[in-house]
Ligand binder design. Structure first.
Ligand SMILES: [Zn+2]
Length: 240
């Protein structure tokens, strides 16, 4: 059964890189009944993958912590080594994606169909190859500030990044709307950005606002995007 059988609005989150700040993020999401897709690099889970940005320490979590933490959410591929796919040969790209998929499937015991582009970079060749790798949907990074279901499942632009000013206005608009056709609010970011901008409280306020509405379906990106009620629009032909 698709969510569109019973709902006209869906909300999903998509967070990248599998870092320690995800622990606090998942705690908040679980408290509000919200669902997220976590985009992971299977080749970068064994420490030390630590770096500093804006005075914040960012460290990737080891595999045993991730499997426990993400229960009830979705895991998607982000390549083995967080590489810009537009810079790789066809063979290198194929390895980065299929090896990541298989490693994540083994680790999490769930089918991996989703993908998020490292650095948001993609092009026509990359999309074609991603499709050959068994990826059903792929998220980029350019905000649309729109709730329209994606036209191209291999280049899905999110509604908004959490640090954008427009986030509360968009939430209000989404909560109020009574659409005739399916609408999707897709939020993305990195959880370490909440540390950098002292943004945890602001994010929790946003979650409180978005959660608990009878007319909104709360699902992972896979649950929302792979059954959004626009099958024709989703059948983008990447073969030419
Ligand atoms: Zn990333």
């Amino acid at each position: 059964m698709n969510w569109t059988d019973n709902y006209r609005k869906a909300f999903a989150l998509s967070y990248d890189d599998g870092v320690y700040q995800d622990i606090r993020l998942v705690e908040i999401l679980n408290q509000y009944g919200l669902k997220c897709t976590f985009n992971l690099n299977s080749g970068m889970m064994n420490p030390p993958y630590v770096w500093q940005a804006d005075g914040v320490t960012i460290e990737r979590m080891p595999p045993d912590m991730l499997t426990e933490l993400y229960k009830g959410h979705e895991v998607a591929s982000h390549t083995v080594n967080h590489l810009d796919l537009t810079q790789l040969s066809d063979g290198e790209l194929f390895d980065e994606v299929t090896e990541d998929r298989h490693a994540l499937e083994q680790l999490f015991g769930q089918e991996i169909r989703g993908f998020a582009y490292p650095y948001g970079h993609t092009d026509k060749r990359v999309k074609f190859l991603l499709n050959q790798c068994g990826i059903s949907y792929a998220r980029s990074v350019q905000s649309t500030h729109s709730f329209e279901p994606p036209q191209d499942m291999l280049e899905i632009s999110p509604t908004c990044r959490h640090k954008e000013e427009e986030i509360f206005g968009l939430a209000e608009q989404f909560i109020r709307m009574r659409p005739d056709s399916p609408k999707i609010f897709l939020l993305w970011g990195h959880s370490y950005e909440f540390d950098m901008q002292q943004g945890w409280e602001r994010f929790e306020r946003f979650c409180e606002m978005m959660a608990g509405h009878d007319d909104i379906f709360y699902g992972t990106c896979g649950e929302v995007l792979l059954s959004n009620g626009t099958p024709e629009a989703n059948k983008t032909d990447h073969s030419n």
